[in-house]
Design a protein around this ligand. Structure first.
Ligand code: GDP
Ligand code: MG
Length: 595
């Protein structure tokens, strides 16, 4: 135990976490150059393309320092706000953290919020100034930021480059010398913290854990504390480049367990593994059920694909426990599912995986956050879709989720960002200068406000010089309305949205304008209306036009005429019939991209 070091890496996206991790694996000869694919820790294609680490993993290295052999466990953390809970469990499994800051960029929002978590867990922080090979590195300025944040000494900050290998030895030395070994009682009943799990189509669920107290052996009969499920530990082991089976995993060790678990839902990140016969008194603190915070209807474009779609989404959930779904139907879109996601990025990832891995084209309806609705009869309902909102008379009050939003930016953009966030019902709670021209802003804001075009706006008004992070803080009372869209008087359920009353008029107006652009002229006028209950709040009209495509073919070529008609028919397939109006599929998506 005294020669084990468990650490993670905290870094903002693109600050060089993966590259630096690769260097550590190379220098410790965990991976030969031949085995070294670029970015070993990011295994999914999608991840590699997006340059983010979606699922956290762990890898073990051996390192000799002053003639002593050390075992270093690197626990990788996901780099996006949607996966904040997984980050927190990875941090909880470590005794130390490398804080990597890009010397050309400085501290960003993600860095700070993860750093706060690491400090809360009493991790030893090793500050690293990365990308020092770059000519535009600003070591003094970024060092000032790090010192301000950590209260460390200038000479404690390691200068490094994942590209050239500069500083890698110093980092390994600091891990061994400064990060304390794990503490725990080898004689106590087993307590192992699950910090991640992955699905493997051959082996089922592989859960990653750290032994906090006691030990676990192959074949042991174990219990997962919070789910109360019991399994045999078919295989336990450490994580090298692959799975390396062991007979026993002791206090402080990091490794994996395979126990015949088939679906990701059965294993909860943050849960505690203990023995059935000698149960620990209580679970490791910090367990939470992660709850989806963004909901949207997801429908196959072709209604005939429903069965395939159901199979695809069930398979996807096997390895993505944070994805939830319930059958839902829509007059406009047919049969589909109400899906729950951790956040917007997670929603995009699921959509993209459905497309790539299952060849499923889907339509996603307007997303919304979950609302707590209290009825006059004293019931509490959790509302996940517009159709689920009871009618006004039976509602006592509604609550919506709030977040603490943290933005780090250049001082030049404070004004723009204030306007944006205050316009989105935000309240400024903190303004802190990190250096003379970099400032940290913290707002309390409704989560619903960042679901619509927040990221894009923030990016454009700050010319890209703003980083953003948030965590949910609880529910507050809200004035919620259901906004409906009518086409020639007919309600299009798939276009309904839940929105705060103050945003309803604006949203309705913009949706009508957007739909006017997207709905083609038909043989009659199409009235587009936005309504709250019986009250129409906005209206646009698409003027009638008789569209005769054959008119262009003068004269007799009948085969050409037929071809054109067939083409027109195909075009129609990409339309949805709503009452007597044909609506192009992209209209259902366009409302997400209102400008
Ligand atoms: P991550 O998102 O934190 O995992 O960052 P990556 O390791 O994927 O690196 C982001 C980008 O920065 C990639 O294009 C890397 O090639 C580049 N990069 C990473 N470390 C260095 C470095 O030390 N020097 C230079 N010049 N480029 C680097
Ligand atoms: Mg990476």
């Amino acid at each position: 135990m005294k020669n084990i070091r468990n650490f993670c890496i905290i870094a903002h996206i693109d600050h060089g976490k993966s590259t630096l991790a690769d260097r550590l694996l190379e220098v410790t000869k965990t991976i030969t150059p031949k085995e070294m694919q670029e970015q070993t820790l990011d295994s999914m294609d999608l991840e590699r393309e997006r340059g983010i680490t979606i699922k956290s993993k762990a890898i073990q290295m051996q390192h000799v320092h002053n003639d002593e052999a050390y075992t270093l466990n690197l626990i990788d953390t996901p780099g996006h706000v949607d996966f904040a809970y997984e980050v927190s469990r990875s941090i909880a499994a470590c005794e130390g953290a490398l804080l990597i800051v890009d010397a050309t960029q400085g501290i960003q929002a993600q860095t700070i919020s993860n750093l706060y978590q690491a400090v809360d867990h009493d991790l030893t922080i090793i500050p690293v100034l990365n990308k020092m090979d770059m000519p535009n590195a600003m070591p003094e300025e970024v060092e000032d930021q790090i010192i301000d944040l950590l209260g460390c000494k200038r000479n404690e900050i390691i200068h490094a480059s994942g590209k050239t290998g500069m500083g890698i030895d110093a980092i390994l030395e600091a891990i061994v010398e400064n990060v304390p070994p794990p503490v725990g009682d080898p004689e106590a009943p087993l307590q192992a913290l699950i910090f991640d799990s992955v699905f493997n189509s051959f082996r089922g669920i592989i859960a990653y854990f750290k032994v906090v107290n006691g030990e676990i052996r192959k074949g042991d009969f174990v219990k997962f504390f919070n789910t109360e499920k019991e399994y045999y530990a078919d295989e336990v082991g450490v994580l090298g480049l692959g799975l390396v089976p062991r007979d026993v995993m002791k206090t402080g060790d990091v490794g994996y367990i395979i126990s015949g678990i088939k679906t990701s839902k059965e294993v909860k990140v943050g849960d505690t593994i203990t023995h059935v016969k000698r149960k620990c008194a209580k679970a490791i603190a910090g367990f939470e059920e992660v709850k989806p915070m963004v909901f949207a209807g997801v429908y196959p474009i072709d209604t005939e694909d429903y069965e395939d779609f159901r199979v695809a989404i069930e398979k996807l959930q096997l390895n993505d426990a944070s994805l939830t779904f319930m059958p839902e139907s829509s007059a406009a879109l047919g049969f589909g599912f109400r899906c729950g996601f951790l956040g917007l990025l997670h929603m995009e990832i699921v959509q993209e995986r459905l497309d790539r891995e299952y060849n499923m084209d889907v339509i996603t309806t307007v997303p919304n956050v979950p609302y707590n609705v209290y009825t006059t009869r004293g019931e509490k309902l959790e509302v996940h879709n517009p159709a689920g909102l009871p009618d006004g008379g039976s509602i006592d009050y509604v609550e919506e989720p709030y977040i603490s939003a943290q933005i780090i930016t250049h001082a030049d953009y404070i004004g723009n960002i204030m306007n944006l966030c205050l316009g989105k019902r935000g309240e400024l709670v903190k303004q802190h200068y990190l250096t003379t021209n970099r400032v940290e802003l913290v707002f309390d804001m409704p989560l619903a406000e960042i679901v619509f075009d927040f990221y894009d706006k923030l990016k454009s008004i700050s010319k890209g010089y703003a980083s953003f992070d948030y965590h949910t803080t609880g529910y507050r009372p809200s004035k919620l309305v259901k906004l409906d869209i009518l086409l020639n008087g007919e309600n299009v359920d798939a276009l309904s949205a839940l929105t705060h009353v103050n945003n309803a008029y604006n949203l309705g107006k913009r949706m009508c304008e957007k739909l006017k652009e997207l709905i083609p002229r038909q043989q009659f006028d199409v009235a587009i209306q936005a309504a709250i209950g019986a009250k129409i709040i906005s209206r646009e009209t698409v003027k009638a036009l008789r569209k005769d495509v054959t008119a262009k073919c003068y004269g007799g070529d009948i085969t050409r005429k037929r071809k054109l008609l067939e083409k027109q028919k195909k075009g129609k397939k990409r339309m949805k019939q709503v009452g007597n109006v044909e609506v192009p599929q992209k209209a259902f998506l366009a409302v997400l991209k209102l400008d």
